[in-house]
Design a protein around this ligand. Sequence first.
Ligand code: C5P
Length: 298
Amino acid sequence: MLEEIIVEAPAKINLTLDVIGKRTDGYHELETVMHQINLVDIIRLKPSREGISIRTNSPNIPSGKDNLAYRAALLVLEQYPRAGGVEIFIDKKIPVGAGLAGGSTDAAAVMLGLNRLYNLGMDTGTLLEQGAIIGSDVPFCMTGGTAVACGRGEILTPMPECNLLNMVLVKPDFQLSTAAVYGALDLEKTGFHPNTTAFLEAWRKCDIISIACRLGNVLETVSIKKHPVLENIRQEMLDLRALGAVMSGSGPTMVGIFADRKTAAEASQWFTTRYQEVYLVSSYDRGDGNEQKPFIAG
Ligand code: C5P
């Protein structure tokens, strides 16, 4: 058996996010384009005789059952009692409560990692199904790349890869609860909806100008109303030559898309003097046909 396995857990952003309606199960029906970026947590998994332990370098995430990575491990290991336990170490780089699926991607990495560590033989369909039990974003975090997500976010249609996007992420100094943002959404009063079809057309053409013009997120109506600083950040991004800017997920991280790395780097430097959490990122490059990704070792 492997002594240790190391898995990359990339963050996701939403390039578009449309809410179609409210469902009877309390969730919202979505149409959203998700995209993996190279802001990455590193997950180390070591087999143990029994039980699940979580260690992390971050003071901001729980180490027990409230951690999605813990719940993911529990869900898997309960079904394979002969496998044993696991020690999980999370090297946290993705900001917490930021709209970047930081918890979901750690959970996804744990499931993929356990499957390999213990040779459990869970196929892709099973992994996606079990991931959706842990959270709506977990299936996308498993498949990665770029995808249109429907349902509550778990029904995925993969999109072709496009040129690597150059982006700056700015997360202001507060967190937002996804449940609270969805809870405050009043669909009757939501005038704006992104044009997902037009966005996808631009995406297929890899037309970066049209892509940037078609960004949009219905949840901005809640989060920006409550925190007008987000609109300031968008304007600052545009002043710094972003082609477009949008809030990711339920926020509060704002994403600016730039024509090239140099312009993005200049904007990132400017933001760094004003905000604590600023990230110069690009799309997560899984490497063509690289079967190894997201595994680094094991
Ligand atoms: O699926 P997940 O646990 O990540 O969702 C967190 C919360 O966000 C849900 O409890 C729900 O309140 C809200 N949500 C929603 N509709 C979605 C996804 C999430 O209302 N499609």
